[in-house]
Design a protein around this ligand. Structure first.
Ligand SMILES: [Zn+2]
Length: 226
């Protein structure tokens, strides 16, 4: 057992320093009581670099916006800052390594859609650019279709991992199908991109039931407490 010469305490295990005063301990150590914590320094470094990049891009954008550009201009700093959150969050997930891929993909889909919508609206208001509905007409249905295809490919690559994230696949299907139905009742004829998205998502839903029927039913029972 080790002993702290200052606190006159006997310390079990094999620590280097006294837990009370942080001075070096005397005497022979014994086997460690607790496993030693190992920090993956490469991952910590990568995380720090990502954090620094995200924050510095935001600071430079804000500085350009409010300090350097003297002439009247619509401010863009906050928009750049909002956009930096998505890659920052994604990289953080990748660095951490223990993330749920389908969840990450779905959250990214939602975040990118919201940011695109905000940016498009902002550009329209601030720069007097006509409103083309690019986000709602093209970006969201295309991203949603691509995400569904990727989800489906993954469900065959790694069954185990899809079983735990089926809920995100269903939410993706909802995002792909509900707007079409809404547009159908409001406008009568939804745009082609949304119709393609609808077909892809309905196909994915049918395929899920055919190939993964039991798992899908279990998921429904679990989620809705049936
Ligand atoms: Zn001490």
């Amino acid at each position: 057992m080790k002993r702290c010469p200052y606190c006159k305490l006997n310390i079990g295990g094999n620590p280097e320093k006294c837990p009370v005063c942080q001075n070096a301990l005397e005497g022979e150590g014994e086997r460690d009581y607790w496993p030693k914590l190992t920090v993956n320094s490469k991952r910590v470094k990568a995380f720090q670099i990502v954090m620094f990049a995200v924050i510095s891009v935001s600071i430079v954008a804000l500085a350009m916006d409010f300090l350097f550009l003297k002439e009247e201009h619509p401010s863009f700093g906050p928009l750049v800052m909002a956009w930096m959150i998505v890659p920052g969050w994604l990289l953080e997930n990748v660095i951490k390594k223990h993330y749920n891929l389908l969840k990450t993909m779905f959250v990214s889909l939602i975040a990118i859609s919201v940011l695109c919508g905000l940016s498009e609206f902002y550009i329209h208001v601030a720069w007097n650019v006509p409103y083309f509905e690019i986000t709602s007409g093209y970006i969201i249905p295309i991203l949603c279709s691509l995400n569904m295809v990727a989800n489906f490919v993954l469900s065959f690559v790694d069954k185990q991992f899809t079983d735990h994230s089926l809920i995100y696949m269903f939410m993706n299907i909802l995002v792909g199908v509900v707007p079409w139905i809404t547009l159908f009742f409001i406008a009568g004829k939804p745009p082609m991109t949304w119709s393609i998205c609808l077909v892809i998502n309905v196909l994915a839903f049918v395929a899920l039931f055919i190939f993964r029927g039991r798992i899908v039913l279990n998921e429904f029972r679990k989620r809705f407490h049936l």
